[in-house]
Design a protein around this ligand. Structure first.
Ligand code: SF4
Length: 328
């Protein structure tokens, strides 16, 4: 591990000043970044600890929640408003990691965690465009069972590992950012990038920009929501496929719906096509399946992960059936 300095930021201004220095990285719970440093995948010269910044969960008059960027995952998943009004989020966080990791991980850090592609971590034996731009990608022709089926490119077929982000994307969450040019807010679904030919650039954050908070808008039907994660073993593992969804019914008709997928793309994947196919349709197994088919129509599986296409379709349909009160 390379030598680095450690500084605990006193407030957002302090963090921004320190974080603008070349080679500086913000440090949340360290559950991903420290691993990457141990493996020499990341070698920041300075760590700016931002865990002392806002960890409040504010319930606002318009019904939205404003969640401080330093809020620990455990605190968020166990908050009464989250458990009762946004169960999809509580379930996604709980499915994401062990209690010990949830106790350390922050909301901002969870959003910015990096792929768990094994080739990315193998800096001595594998080529990886994300780790060494222009080097090539050994996953494309390698063992790619865990990799992407949507939105990938010849440069990178990695998936985003977060469960929490899948729920947040389904709930129309907005990230609040602060940087050298001031404050701004961005829908979370627009924060992460697809790989295209620059997989080493994973978000639309500007250099030194800090996630100060995440806003969960009031969504009338968010209490009717859930998260299902399909993984290789029942203890903690990254998703093969996961589905976050919320649904509003008018009798037996789908009035409105939100769906997002995990484990299938370089970013948390909002299932816009499935949602459009479902609004106004009868809440039946046939329309749930048709919506899933619409979303996966553009899937491009790799050698080892063709099963993900059908798995994603079945998981979408099962989650929607569960929300509609049917069997899943
Ligand atoms: Fe690297 Fe992406 Fe290829 Fe994995 S899939 S080896 S992260 S370029």
């Amino acid at each position: 591990m390379m030598p680095f300095t450690y500084t605990r930021a006193q407030d957002a201004g302090d963090a921004l000043r320190l974080g603008s220095e070349p080679g500086a990285r913000y440090l949340g719970g360290g559950t991903n970044l420290v691993d990457l440093m141990r493996e020499s995948i990341e070698c920041p010269g300075a760590l700016i600890d931002v865990t002392g910044l806002s960890a409040e969960i504010e319930q606002r008059p318009d019904g939205s929640l404003l969640i401080g960027g330093a809020t620990r995952n455990t605190a968020l998943a166990s908050h009464r408003a989250v458990r009762t009004r946004y169960p999809v989020l509580a379930r996604a966080i709980t499915a994401g990691a062990s209690a010990q990791i949830r106790n350390m991980a922050t909301v901002g850090g969870n959003i910015l965690q990096r792929t768990r592609c094994a080739y990315f971590y193998d800096d001595e034996g594998s080529r990886c465009n994300k780790r060494s731009p222009g080097q090539g990608c050994d996953a494309v022709e390698g063992f790619n069972r865990m990799h992407a089926i949507l939105g990938a490119s010849p440069s990178c077929v990695a998936t985003h590992p977060s469960d929490m982000c899948v729920a947040l994307v389904a709930l129309d969450a907005v990230v609040h950012l602060q940087g050298s040019r001031g404050k701004r807010a961005l829908p979370l679904v627009e924060l992460h990038r697809l790989p295209e030919d620059r997989p080493e650039i994973e978000t639309w954050l500007e250099p030194g920009e800090l996630i100060t908070a995440v806003e969960l808008p009031a969504l009338a039907f968010s209490a009717r929501s859930t998260y299902r994660k399909v993984r290789d073993r029942s203890s903690y593992a990254f998703a093969l496929v996961s589905v976050a969804a919320a649904m509003e019914l008018d009798g037996h008709t789908v009035k409105d719906v939100r769906i997002a997928l995990g484990g299938v793309a370089h970013k948390p994947w909002r299932a816009w096509k499935a949602e459009a196919a479902l609004r106004g349709q009868a809440a039946t197994a046939e329309s749930f399946r048709a919506a899933a088919e619409a979303e996966l129509a553009d899937a491009k599986p790799l050698r080892d992960n063709g099963f993900k296409v059908e798995l994603a379709k079945r998981t979408i349909a099962a989650v929607l059936a569960e929300l509609a009160g049917g069997k899943s």
